[in-house]
Structure formats: structure tokens, C-alpha cells
Ligand binder design. Structure first.
Ligand code: PGA
Length: 254
């Protein structure tokens, strides 16, 4: 099947960098990244720096993503941020259901699902994260966990809506640990996800939805992962905090 999926590399800065460092990193990326790149690129700064970063990426081909949002449109939700607020300051994407939010901040498939629905309604592209823990992998339940997270996080969406999302497979044991999944381990889960997209929706959704891999991606291991048939990009944490290493991953993808 001829793939129409454009490789998508996103840099998730998590709760790192100061305002000045965020500005400097963004300037270095916009200066080096060419508009006609075959790779789609987005950066995901902490929410308080989104506005400052938006002013630098505006008019360039680097996209802007938030790391989280709340599903309600507005109201008495202290500390939360809506989809409309994110698009208002120039975001095109939002990461949802990252494992740190699931495991540290208590998000469930059902809260992730509410957010995915609100993001799509609010014209944001959700990057929906899922992945098994080490315990789950060792117990042989990776497939079941992935399927439950997939079904739970995407419940109630139409095929047209699912066609607009990005999925990020991030094995929890590989995040921030330096322990990257082998290309074969990652490809196996990506292929399963592709089959789920086909069986739950249709073949056009399955062939169009991009599935990123995340977990200790670096310039040195990116090419081996990204040349797998069902790996369409990377969600990068630690290696996205420096221009040189993030640009190295983008070059490996191109
Ligand atoms: P890492 O994080 O690249 O630092 O492992 C990946 C992620 O959590 O998205």
C-alpha cells in the first residue's frame, strides 16, 4: 500500500527550560529548519511559554503544540486551559494522554477521551499517547493494554474524526530511561495499532493516520526506528531540549 503519511517529529519539552531558553531554542530551530522539508515538525513548550514561542514560529513551518488541555470550553476550572485558548494563541496540536499524565496526574482513558473529543471539536490535532508499562510488557499483556487504551481514548469518535488524529506509541519503560524499544519491538505494536485502525474504522483511516514512536529517541537511533513501515514519526522528550539533537532527529527522518 502506498503510504501518504508525512513523517511527523514533535518535541515535547515537558516541564523544562526557562522563558529565555525557550525563546533561544525556538530561534535556533526556526533558523535551521527549511520550509520545504519533507518532515512535519512541531514543538510543545510549557503552556506559560506557548505565547512567546508562538510569536517566533508564526509564519514558519514549525508547528506549535500544547502538552495538555482541559475538555470544558470555559468556566470555573481553576488552573485549566481550553482548546479555544490554545488555538487563540496559535497552537495547532495538543498532546493528550501522555503517560506522565496517566501515571503521575491520574488521567484515565475516559478523561483522555473527553479531551480528544474537545480538541477535535476545537480544531486542534490531538497527539494521543498510549503505551504499556514494563510490568505489563513482562506479563505479556502489551497487546491488551494497547487495545484498551486505544478503544477507551478514542471512544465515540467517527472515522472522519479519527482520520484527523495522530497516535503516539510510547512504551512507559522507554520514556526518559535511555532504554529505547528496538525497531522490531516498536514496529510490532505500530502494526497492531494499524490493524486496530482498520478493524475499528476503515482502510483509509488505517493508511492515513500517523503513528509516532516515543521513548528515548535520539539522532543516533531515529533512522532505524523511522524506516520501519508503520513508524511515521517520533515524539521526542529529552533530545528535543537542544537544537542540535532535535535537528539531528529531523535530519534522520528526512
Ligand atoms: P524521552 O520522552 O524522549 O525523554 O524518553 C519521550 C516522551 O515522553 O514523549
Amino acid at each position: 500500500m502506498l503510504s501518504v503519511r508525512k513523517t511527523f517529529i514533535a518535541g515535547n519539552w515537558k516541564m523544562n527550560l526557562s522563558r529565555a531558553e525557550s525563546v533561544k531554542l525556538t530561534q535556533a530551530l526556526t533558523a535551521a529548519f527549511s520550509a520545504d522539508s519533507a518532515v512535519e515538525v512541531a514543538i510543545c513548550p510549557p503552556s506559560v511559554y506557548l505565547d512567546a514561542v508562538a510569536a517566533i514560529v508564526r509564519g514558519t513551518s514549525i508547528g506549535l503544540s500544547a502538552q495538555n488541555m482541559y475538555h470544558e470550553a470555559s468556566g470555573a476550572f481553576t488552573g485549566e486551559i481550553s482548546a479555544a485558548m490554545l488555538t487563540d494563541i496559535g497552537c495547532q496540536y495538543v498532546i493528550l494522554g501522555h503517560s506522565e499524565r496517566r501515571h503521575i496526574l491520574g488521567e484515565t482513558n475516559s478523561t483522555v477521551n473527553q479531551k480528544v473529543q474537545a480538541a477535535i471539536k476545537g480544531n486542534l490535532t490531538p497527539i494521543v499517547c498510549l503505551g504499556e508499562t514494563l510490568e505489563e510488557r513482562e506479563a505479556g499483556s502489551t497487546g491488551t493494554v494497547i487495545e484498551q487504551q486505544f478503544d477507551g481514548s478514542l471512544a465515540g469518535l467517527t472515522s472522519e474524526q479519527v482520520a484527523q488524529i495522530v497516535i503516539a506509541y510510547e512504551p512507559v519503560w522507554a520514556i526518559g530511561t535511555g532504554k529505547v524499544a528496538t525497531p522490531d519491538q516498536a514496529e510490532e505494536v505500530h502494526a497492531d495499532l494499524r490493524r486496530l485502525l482498520e478493524s475499528r474504522y476503515n482502510s483509509s483511516v488505517a493508511s492515513n493516520v500517523r503513528i509516532q514512536y516515543g521513548g528515548s529517541v535520539k539522532a543516533e537511533n531515529a533512522a532505524a526506528l523511522l524506516t520501519q513501515p508503520n513508524i511515521d514519526g517520533a515524539l521526542v522528550g529529552g533530545a528535543s531540549l537542544q537544537a542540535e539533537s532535535f535537528l539531528g532527529i529531523i535530519s534522520a527522518a528526512a
